[in-house]
Design a protein around this ligand. Structure first.
Ligand code: GLP
Length: 238
């Protein structure tokens, strides 16, 4: 839990998470990073960008992607990951994957994504944000803890939250591909970040609540290597 103004806390949080990632990349130059979108991880990428690390062999797998946006839409997670992570750090674009970006059928994209993660040897460190509904990736309440990458329907609450990235809520897709909770739990290490009052209930449920599919992020309690990095507002209900 990081003290200070919201901006100071975010910067410090980004640095802490970046320290964990740096350690992984120094130990393993072709490390596999689990990448998250959203505003929360931005300070992590910014902190990492200031460090003299060789990113050329580092591989990445994004958590999730919308279904149905026009090709090249700036809010597709492919575009967001390219802009905010690949370009910021100088990752090799062909080593970074987003569910459904292999041009194949959507219904079987999840299985292909799982196979690609397995072929890469699994995720070494997974960065996570958390939704107000307690989602991680796009695993909304009710998602099975055993779930793997698959097509899901977004809740109205999540569509409303994400409407800020679009001209209107009508543009926000209704479906997505997301790594499952089982996929996320397979990562060797998890780093969950959350900032702001709006996340406080979800954070309290994730960290201290019952482990329950009604709050998908509570699945992190089942993982042996989790770091949760919060500002005071997000931690206010712990
Ligand atoms: C999105 C993403 C999640 C993200 C969450 C929080 O819907 N699918 O991976 O963690 O919302 O976003 P933000 O960090 O912008 O609050």
């Amino acid at each position: 839990i990081l003290p200070g103004s919201p901006d100071e806390a975010k910067r410090a949080a980004g640095k802490l998470a970046a320290d964990l990632i740096e350690r992984v990349v120094r130990a393993k130059p072709d490390a596999v990073l689990g990448l998250a979108t959203g505003s929360t991880p931005l300070p992590v990428w910014h902190s990492l960008a200031t460090r003299p690390l060789d990113w050329s062999r580092v591989r990445g797998f994004a958590l999730d992607e919308y279904i149905g946006l026009p090709d090249g839409h700036p809010e597709s997670y492919r575009a967001v990951i390219t802009r905010e992570v690949v370009d910021t750090l100088g990752l090799t674009p062909s080593l970074v994957h987003v569910p459904g970006d292999d041009g194949g059928e959507i219904q079987t994209a999840g299985d292909r994504y799982e196979a690609a993660i397995a072929a890469a040897g699994g995720v070494d460190i997974q960065v996570l944000g958390i939704g107000r509904t307690g989602h991680i990736g796009f695993n909304e309440p009710g998602s099975s803890f055993a779930s793997r990458t698959r097509v899901k329907t977004l809740t109205e609450a999540t569509r409303r939250d994400n409407a800020r990235f679009f001209d209107s809520i009508l543009e926000v897709p209704r479906h997505c591909l997301t790594q499952g909770l089982g996929t996320i739990l397979d990562a060797r290490r998890l780093v969950l970040l959350a900032f702001g009052e709006a996340k406080a209930d979800a954070v309290a449920g994730a960290v201290e609540g019952p482990v329950s599919a009604s709050l998908p992020a509570s699945a992190i309690q089942l993982h042996p290597e989790v770091t949760v990095i919060l500002d005071e507002a997000a931690a206010s209900k712990l």
